[in-house]
Design a protein around this ligand. Structure first.
Ligand code: ADP
Ligand code: PAZ
Ligand code: K
Length: 255
């Protein structure tokens, strides 16, 4: 069994793979203050919660976009499981051709997303990752990563609206009946959800136009399911694209 770990800016996801299939994915909040011991306790509790036999875990891979947490979480895994996790970064075999100014700068979450997309879907492909940030990765016909577009995530916009205004409240992020809000809550829901949907529809148009070919449209990340119902284009929702990419990369690097 494999432990695949995604350290995102908001959440850390622990995924357990048995062969090619994901058995569990558990989430904890990303907290820069926590120590290796505290993350070891969280992981210990998660493995207990899902009745995972620790002795059967034979490998681990980490993808992190929060550099200060990479070492503490690697240490937590080592303490608990006696496994030295593979850390996705420059030098790790991914098979991905990256054609950007400085490939080492590319977020390793985007590398894992791209590797999974290439293994599972026809190219060219656009990957919309709606997490803390909304990132869009562009893969051409041969699966080369040509570049990325990054903008504020849905949660960031929601926090921004709330914290930078006097009258806008905290709201539940659910789809309003209509994009024309008839009260403050509906107006914010419209702006956040129809707004994000229009952005990703519009970017899908512009990026496929720039590519010069129709592309597979994939969506992942925790806001994808909230936004996709308001989209006009058909996106394929891939819940665990990033974890699948980690599993594939781990296999490629196994001695
Ligand atoms: N089920 C959920 N419903 C609504 N928001 C969520 C849910 N799960 C996570 N979030 C929020 O989504 C944001 C990003 O989550 P995630 O996709 O894990 O991105 P990241 O990889 O950047 O951590 C965070 O603000 C988190 O609090
Ligand atoms: C764009 C991101 C902030 C997305 O992070 P996330 O929303 O998954 O937490 C992350 O991929 C990142 O920090 N990338 C580094 C810059 C780059 O990819 O060019
Ligand atoms: K993202």
């Amino acid at each position: 069994m494999l432990l695949a770990v995604e350290i995102g800016n908001s959440q850390i996801t622990f995924g357990i793979y048995e062969g090619c299939s994901l058995s569990y994915a558990a989430h904890v909040v990303t907290d820069h203050r926590l120590t290796a011991d505290q993350y070891a306790i969280s992981l210990h509790q998660i493995l207990d919660l899902y009745h995972v036999n620790r002795a059967l875990l034979s490998g681990s891979i980490i993808c992190s976009v929060v550099p200060e947490l990479t070492a503490p979480i690697a240490e937590a895994i080592h303490k608990l499981l006696g496994i030295q996790p593979l850390i996705l970064g420059p030098g790790v075999r991914t098979g991905l051709n990256i054609r950007i100014d400085n490939p080492a700068q590319l977020g390793s979450d985007l590398v894992a997303d791209a590797v999974a997309a290439i293994a599972q879907f026809p190219m060219p492909c656009l990957i919309f990752d709606l997490g803390t940030a909304t990132s869009i990765s562009v893969l051409n016909q041969t699966g080369t990563l040509l570049g990325v577009s990054i903008c504020a995530g849905v949660g960031m916009m929601q926090e921004g609206l709330c914290s930078r205004t006097a009258l806008l409240p905290h709201i539940d992020l659910t789809m309003p009946d209509s994009p024309i809000g008839r009260n403050t809550v509906q107006a914010m829901q419209s702006g956040l959800l129809y707004g994000a949907a229009a952005m990703i529809d519009g970017m899908a148009d512009r990026l496929t136009e720039t590519l010069g070919a129709p592309a597979t449209l994939l969506a992942t990340g925790c806001y994808a399911q909230k936004v996709l119902p308001a989209c006009k284009r058909a996106f394929l929702f891939c819940d665990h694209l990033l974890l699948d990419g980690l599993r594939i990369i781990y296999e490629k690097n196994k001695k």
